[in-house]
Design a protein around this ligand. Structure first.
Ligand SMILES: *Cc1c(COP(=O)(O)O)cnc(C)c1O
Length: 474
């Protein structure tokens, strides 16, 4: 964009926004089974939007200047603590920031020279990101390849004198299963090590599923040995994005997450989060969503989610060539191909052509390539339609057959010295194998991209993904 000389009216700008959004996936209606969380109740999202806008320009940087921020945060964090076993919390911008603060607190309290943390392979990359940013080494532990749950014995075996934190997920995102939190927290506690439960996706869902009749094992701060927990309100709290809470059992650990600096001649800096200046909009959006739905609203959404997830699991199991991975404990369902009859990446492209987004997950650590569905409050109304699309797309994928990559392509990509390629050369190379990343060329055949990525080791996947982003924003 060339910055225009003269300004525009709001009407002109909003028309332009609408045009820019033309090719976006829809955020409502349940046909996008990742990224977005729809209650199906417009008035709830409307209340959140209005509160968000009302607080948009308030800066959470200085709580003494804007006491509304302190009061709202106390209420939101209090509601999360009430539901999840107590503790002392911080409102953050999302799961990644909550995890970052939990890792920082654990690192700073332990004071090890070479800090490490024990992380099951199914844990969210936010832990790898926190480790990377904070100088902590990750010791990965495998999961059981039948249940996809981490095992306490493996966690115990990975502990060293430098371990500052142990991680369990409730549930882990890829297969939606809950790690044995009580057992993992017990081995951590026995070694004197803190244990973080990543309930980013499950924290504001599992209690409602339990109340609606699901069997949910204890996973929150009431479990002995659990020292911190993350819970995203912008997932199953159905709040607008930018809303998560990290809870600490011990206020001293919360203080270790804070940051203060007086090392300059400007205003004194006290930050509870990674961000410093930040809008109070997301806090108000979360606050309003919690109040607009209330216990009854969340319980009803929990019931709908539970029913839809069960229908989805049963329905997928009936589709020839597909199987559900593990026994999901929550609203996240992943499915893979049986005996390679159906290429799931082709299935995802077929579903997308039918207006549905199913999220591809690459094979990793012995877990096969699969597709992931996040069941939300609106899924129940559309679950039969979703199953029909999955069945049709599976049949179409079977007829098309699996992606066949040009001979030598994987070896070529695996052997690329990406550091020696500029973005333009990378984009040309991608285009030459049919993956056109250049602006305005539309959606590339993602099955090809995913098949190439799937064939690469993780480090090379990461290098290619970084390059992809760089080209996209070229
Ligand atoms: C979503 C998620 C995160 C990261 O949260 P963001 O809000 O995307 O930063 C961490 N852990 C789990 C299990 C998640 O599902």
């Amino acid at each position: 964009m060339n910055l225009p000389v003269t300004g525009s009216t709001a009407e002109e700008l909003l028309a332009e926004v609408a045009r820019l959004k033309e090719h976006d996936l829809p955020v409502r209606g349940g046909q996008v089974t990742a990224y977005v969380y729809d209650t199906g109740r417009l008035e709830v999202h409307e209340a959140a939007t209005r509160a968000y806008v009302e607080m948009l320009e308030v800066n959470s940087l200085d709580p003494t200047a804007f006491p509304s921020v302190v009061e709202m945060e106390r209420q939101v964090v209090g509601a999360v603590a009430d539901l999840l076993g107590g503790g002392h919390g911080i409102f953050t911008s999302g799961g990644t920031e909550s995890v970052m603060l939990a890792v920082k607190a654990a690192r700073d309290l332990a004071g090890r020279e070479r800090p490490e943390m024990v992380v099951p392979v199914t844990a969210h990359p936010a832990f790898h990101k926190a480790a990377h940013y904070l100088g902590v080494r990750v010791r990965p532990v495998p999961v059981d390849l039948g249940t996809y749950r981490a095992r306490a014995a493996d966690v115990e075996a990975a502990l060293t004198a430098d371990t500052v934190l142990v991680v369990a997920s409730a549930p882990s995102y890829p297969q939606g299963v809950i790690d044995p939190v009580a057992e993992i927290a017990a081995v951590a506690a026995a070694a004197g090590v803190p244990c973080h439960v990543d309930a980013c996706v499950g924290g504001w869902l599992l209690p409602w599923l339990r109340e609606a009749g699901a069997r949910v094992p204890p996973f929150d701060l009431s479990v002995p040995g659990v020292t911190s927990l993350s819970c995203d309100l912008h997932k199953f709290g159905y709040a607008p994005k930018g809303a998560s809470v990290v809870l600490f059992a011990d206020p001293a650990m919360r203080r270790a997450a804070y940051f203060a600096s007086a090392a300059w001649p400007g205003y004194t800096v006290i930050n509870a989060t990674v961000q410093s200046s930040r809008s109070a909009g997301p806090l108000a959006g979360a606050w309003a969503t919690l109040r607009a739905l209330g216990r009854e609203g969340y319980l009803e959404l929990g019931r709908a989610t539970l029913e839809a997830a069960a229908a989805l699991r049963e329905g997928i199991a009936r589709v020839p060539g597909l199987r559900v991975l593990g026994e999901p404990d929550s609203a996240l369902v992943s499915f893979a191909s049986v005996g390679g009859e159906v290429d799931v990446f082709v299935l995802a492209d077929e579903a997308r052509a039918r207006g549905w987004f199913l999220q591809p997950q690459l094979s990793y650590a012995g877990i096969p390539a699969n597709l992931h569905v996040t069941v939300t409050g609106v899924t129940r109304a559309g679950v039969e339609a979703m199953l029909k699309v999955i069945a049709e797309s599976a049949e179409a994928a079977r007829l098309r057959g699996p992606v066949v990559l040009p001979e030598g392509l994987v070896e070529l990509v695996a052997g690329l010295d990406l550091a020696a390629l500029d973005d333009a050369t990378f984009a040309e190379l991608a285009a030459s194998v049919g993956v056109d990343l250049r602006p305005g060329r539309g959606q590339p055949e993602m099955a090809v991209v995913n098949t190439v990525l799937d064939a690469l080791p993780a480090a090379q996947r990461e290098a290619v993904l970084v390059r992809f982003l760089s080209v996209l924003y070229g």
